[in-house]
Design a protein around this ligand. Structure first.
Ligand code: HEC
Ligand code: HEC
Length: 205
């Protein structure tokens, strides 16, 4: 029942996307390159408990590509990653190979994660705030949205997310790629805790 034009339109769109340099990313190459990332992000891209190194496994390709580009270009500054991780020397093709490999990892089968829910937070309040202010872009279950180019928040370490929110507040990182973004301006620290606590309940499958 597909309209004959749909496919050619789709192909034309794909051809216009800047990162689609290759038709088929090379997953084996991505896996080999991942060794230099695994030093910090773990063998499977599972990150580390406590969130010093975020989880990369299973994150959507569009988001991994966009973050790698931001680090490579220096828009986000983390020398250890661009130098030790070698990100600054990776070609656009290899960035794509890595993103394809990492997003393909099914962590639930190789290294299941369950982010703990802190005790000193009000999960119900977090749910109200999340469903009111975050759902429109990050999805009802914090699964992320390709259309909004937003990452999943469920399944990511709370401490890492909290650190990003601090950066957003200080404009060291621009939230939602919008310089004018004020998402976090009015929140009390306890409210952020509540939202993050609620998010930890969304990966309990
Ligand atoms: C020396 C340690 C180190 C190495 C090596 C490293 N990273 Fe990272 N990476 C980090 C840290 C730390 C952060 C989080 C920075 C922060 O807290 O703002 C990060 C963040 C990221 C993010 C953002 C994740 C998100 O959810 O937004 C991506 C993507 C990423 N790294 C990819 C890579 C890739 C791909 C490689 C290999 C080419 C790599 N990193 C190598 C330490 C490292
Ligand atoms: C207008 C759409 C939009 C809304 C509303 C929104 N976000 Fe985001 N958010 C994004 C996009 C797009 C990104 C990825 C680009 C970036 O900011 O770096 C992002 C990134 C993030 C990150 C960084 C994740 C990572 O892995 O590094 C966190 C944390 C976050 N958002 C939390 C929230 C919370 C909590 C709320 C609600 C209080 C919220 N966002 C509301 C669009 C949105």
């Amino acid at each position: 029942m597909r309209h004959p034009l749909t496919r050619s339109l789709l192909l034309a769109l794909v051809a216009l996307t800047p990162f689609s340099l290759q038709a088929d990313p090379d997953l084996a190459r991505g896996k080999a390159l991942n060794r230099q990332c695994a030093l910090c992000h773990g063998f499977h891209g599972q990150g580390i408990i406590g969130g010093k190194y975020p989880r990369l496994a299973g994150l959507p390709e569009y988001y991994l590509l966009s973050m790698m580009e931001k680090y490579k270009s220096g828009e986000l500054d983390y020398q250890a990653m661009t130098v030790v991780g070698g990100l600054r020397n990776l070609s656009a093709e290899d960035i794509q190979n890595l993103a394809a490999f990492l997003s393909d990892v099914d962590l639930a089968t190789v290294a299941p994660l369950d982010i703990p829910t802190p005790e000193d937070a009000d999960v119900e309040n977090g749910e109200d705030l999340y469903q009111g202010d975050c759902k429109s872009c990050h999805g009802r279950k914090a699964e992320g949205s390709k259309k909004k180019e937003s990452p999943p928040l469920a399944g990511q370490y709370s401490e890492y997310l909290a650190r990003q929110i601090e950066m957003f507040k200080k404009k060291d990182r621009i939230h939602a790629d919008d310089e004018e973004d004020e998402t976090f301006a009015a929140y009390e620290p306890q409210e952020i805790k509540d939202i993050l606590a609620y998010i930890t309940t969304l990966d309990d499958k």
